[in-house]
Design a binder for this molecule. Sequence first.
Ligand code: SRM
Ligand code: SF4
Length: 574
Amino acid sequence: MSAVETIKLNSHGLKGSLPLQLVEPTPQFNEEGKQLLKFHGIYQQTNRDVRGRQNQQFSFMIRSRLPGGKLTAEQYLVHDAIADTFGQGDLRLTTRQAIQLHGIIKSDLRPTLKKLNEALVTTLNACGDVNRNVMACPAPFGDPIRQQLQEYADKIAAHLSPRTTAYHEIWLQDDNGQSVKQTFETEEVVEPIYGKVYLPRKFKIALAFAGDNCTDIFTNDIGLVGLSNEANQTVHGFNVYVGGGLALTHTKEQTLSLLAQPLGYVPAAQMIDVVEKIVLVQRDFGDRTDRRHARMKYLVNDWGIETFRAKVEAYLGYDIAAIQPMPALDADDHLGWHEQLDGHWFYGLFVENGRVKDVGKRQIRSGLRAIISQFKPNVILTGQQNIIMSGFTTAQKAEVNRLMLFYGLQTIDTISNIRRYAMACPALPTCSLAVSEAERVLPRLIDEIEQDMAALGLANERINLRMTGCPNGCARPFVADIGIVGRSGTKYNLSLGGNIEGTRLNTVYKELVEFGDLRGEIYRVLAAYQGHAEPQERLGDWVNRVGLAQVSHLAEQVHYSLELPLQASIPVLV
Ligand code: SRM
Ligand code: SF4
């Protein structure tokens, strides 16, 4: 058993000593508390820009769980207000359609969670060894298929939510010592699905529908593609994929990025049952000795999909049918203005790396607050760290456009394609696992790559570039056309050959590339692609067709022109 297993086992339904530690006058929790806090949607962090153990500044990141990324205007505005009252003055939209609040100090944890819960937002199981935020296509066209998928996302989230009362007891109580003590002594709760030790590791589920994989289902433990009848617009069932997951450790070959494999077709009425039994198989057979080998992807990979399917069928008591044919998947980011079926409009707003913050003339946070306060749209977060606001009348569009201009928001006609489809994870200074920068340096790298792409005549290409500060893969770099993954300090691995549809893993092209050399490496690849790809062939497809050796051979022959001086001097703070 790994140490975390013992912590879970002795926690009495995820309570442990959290109530007692919460009232201690220290700025942080101990290791047991740190691990249990995750199940409550809370991460203990330090400011990694501050060096030296004795100077450590502890604060907490709180992640709201929002199935399918849905929020009311009021719920969004509560997050926005908390960012000032208790947080660091910004919001972070995540790659799984959730919101993170950073920089909350220990004594503000309870007031923060109370405020969120008063707005009917929970953070329970946004993190931890349980099912996380369930993803679904966010586009609010109002079409029956997407609406049904959103409802299925809610149903899965509710079904797999932990039953522990610890969350409510700890965070939603009055601040007095007496009630905290009583809470600690209450009886433990029965978890019908998770049992006493919950799952061996985090668990992720995403839904898509045939045609649009904007939720990157193949990188999830369970990916569900809703299949529908053209005639009655009803989701009759799901193609189910299992065992996706991206994290690896650079130097450990036994750690793997894997795409989910086809389990089979499941009628809609059986879907929750099948999802539950898959979770139970992972609960009972997932590796609880080594957390690096504990995700369900290893179980599926080690057993093989046939054995895994047979075990799920044994738990179900019935067979799973073969995968049904479905149209090829694409992935839409849903940005810009779109008309809804009811005649209203929604707007998908680009938020660079999901960071909702006022910086200089770009007042994203104030702009969103102004639009959302004035029009009270529904808010839906996307899996690409962007935000959609829906329900505008035709007459309101002009005022929304004016406000976007006034606050300097980046509309799709003002950003390049390479920026639009790029993502970076938070990395430094908040992420304890970061070995390199990501979110803080990608915008400047993109400034340069977009100049190069324009010069190469590639400005209209749809290429996705994703960067992370370590190989855990939080911005899903391993399925991108171009993946940049922190290796150590200012050095990165550069991978090529994924695609926007999220159906292919990329492969490491160059290891340990200095940050300052990334632009040049990428320029050479792009120039080779521009000169040698078939018409309409996308970058990842070309790389995949010709192979990395040929890409490298062609890229080596590319010479920089003097008109394109490389500025390899971007400072990297590590
Ligand atoms: Fe992640 C851990 C941020 C999506 C794989 N992830 C972390 C932590 C909590 C660091 C930690 O454990 O101390 C990061 C917090 C940084 C910070 O300061 O905010 C973090 N992950 C994120 C987010 C915010 C990145 C973003 O740019 O939006 C995403 C939050 C999603 C959400 O709302 O729930 C996020 N993380 C992902 C994804 C992508 C996805 O799920 O679609 C992955 C890869 C897919 C996968 O799960 O394989 C991912 N995060 C990880 C891992 C590696 C898990 C593993 O299998 O080993 C860790 C580390 C861990 O769990 O031990 C991790
Ligand atoms: Fe942190 Fe690594 Fe995830 Fe980036 S990819 S947020 S550095 S764990």
